[in-house]
Design a binder for this molecule. Structure first.
Ligand SMILES: [Zn+2]
Length: 433
């Protein structure tokens, strides 16, 4: 049993003063109140918030940072970036894959992220068919102390009715039966306090529709979340219309009846009608603003997400940048730039930062089906502790503290994080530095 009492604690709607959070030996929050037994000393000048939930990541792509940002042959695109990513894949053996993955997870945790949904498709050793890299992801997450939903990717084709390209052979999963055998193997190795599994069909390009339906049905049967890349690129939509006669979102809406366990990642070029249908069905939309900007993907139509922060999740995706603070504000800023208005993600009370924080915590936790994202009794004790003495927050009043954090600061505020009540300090507090 331990307790934490920060000067300010985010309790869901606002920062409250002098709140004590009690953590049971099992790593879950057991009580929240003003006066509790066994109380800790107050952490002055610190704010406790739920740890961020990063709902979409490809951790090994951290190895691309700083690469592919020059364009001597003219402008690039998602597709030219993908060639660079395949070059990185060709370089990775078990050791370098583990190094980049663990490094990435450690950087996430230092930025305040306590849970990650790792959309994992690089399954095999070079030249192999061994699924050896699946366990490495779990081991790297354990070493970094981050909670993980391993979103294990089914990957079958190199395009509509096309065989895999040589660079994609290490992603292949065979038929659904062998995929489920591997999932069962992985389930036996999970640390049930911090690790879970989710089902993924990589994209409409990489999995034939019949197999998407089969995987989705089985995910419902096994009570596992189901994630899928959706309509990140116009080319994918054009090819899908040519092949199936409908855009991917419409095809899936008609074939799957996606519900609350379904997360569409990106939905960059999804039209308003499909977006409304997905959300009405309870599905989640995961936006990855800094990656979508870096790749030049485009900006999703999100007006239907505005009042639904719990169905909106955020992801660091390519990990070109790891900052939940930037993801939050760029979700809003991209919309401001295209709409020439401010306050796009405002809630019923007109507050924007509160919605963005809800997406970066609760929305992600719901998308991954993990008991995190909120400081409330029964949830995991997953927190980020923020430094209120940092110069970025100088002169900020307590009633605009969250707005200042979301729009005016970044991960330099993160003093420490806890996952299941286990704390890691990330840097010396500003006043001691
Ligand atoms: Zn992705």
């Amino acid at each position: 049993m331990q307790s934490v009492r920060a000067e300010w604690t985010w309790t869901g709607e606002r920062f409250e003063r002098d709140v004590t959070v009690e953590i049971a030996a099992d790593g879950r929050i057991s009580a929240i109140g003003e006066k509790l037994a066994g109380e800790a000393g107050e952490l002055r000048n610190a704010a406790l918030i739920p740890g961020f939930v990063n709902a979409h990541s490809h951790a090994f792509q951290r190895g691309l940072r700083g690469r592919g940002e020059r364009f001597p042959a003219g402008s690039g695109s998602f597709w030219s970036w993908r060639e660079a990513m395949y070059e990185l894949v060709a370089e990775l053996d078990a050791d370098s894959f583990r190094l980049w993955t663990e490094r990435c997870f450690r950087e996430m945790r230092a930025s305040g992220i306590t849970s990650v949904g790792e959309f994992h498709y690089l399954h095999h050793s070079p030249g192999g068919d061994d699924f050896a890299f699946d366990r490495i992801v779990l081991e790297a997450a354990a070493a970094a102390g981050i909670r993980i939903a391993l979103l294990n990717v089914f990957y079958q084709t190199g395009g509509f009715d096309k065989p895999l390209e040589p660079a994609q052979l290490r992603f292949r999963t065979g038929d659904p039966d062998s995929y489920w055998k591997q999932m069962e193997q992985l389930a036996r190795h999970l640390d049930s306090d911090r690790q879970s599994l989710g089902v993924v069909a990589h994209s409409i390009r990489a999995v034939p529709l019949e197999q998407i339906i089969e995987l989705h049905d089985e995910s419902l049967h096994r009570h596992l979340v189901f994630h899928m890349h959706l309509e990140e690129q116009r080319r994918e939509i054009d090819e899908c219309v040519a092949h199936y006669g409908k855009p991917p979102s419409e095809l899936l809406l008609d074939a799957l009846q996606p519900g609350s366990s379904f997360t569409a990642v990106h939905a960059t070029h999804t039209d308003a009608r499909s977006m409304r249908r997905l959300l009405a069905a309870g599905a989640h939309i995961c936006v990855t603003p800094t990656t979508e900007a870096n790749l030049g993907d485009g900006i999703p139509q999100v007006e239907h997400l505005r009042m639904l922060p719990r169905q909106t999740a955020l992801g660091s995706d390519s990990n070109a940048r790891i900052s939940p603070f930037e993801e939050m504000r760029w979700l809003e800023y991209a919309q401001r730039l295209v709409s020439e208005t401010r306050g796009v993600f405002r809630d019923a009370g007109g507050e924007v930062a509160r919605s963005l924080l809800a997406s970066a915590t609760i929305g992600g936790a719901r998308s991954l089906d993990i008991d995190a994202g909120e400081i409330s009794v029964g949830r995991w004790a997953d927190f980020a502790l923020l430094d209120l003495t940092h110069p970025a927050l100088e002169g900020v009043s307590s009633d605009s503290l969250l707005d200042a954090i979301v729009f005016g600061a970044s991960e330099e505020l993160v003093l420490a994080t806890a996952v299941g009540g286990r704390w890691v300090e990330h840097r010396t507090p500003w006043q001691r530095g």
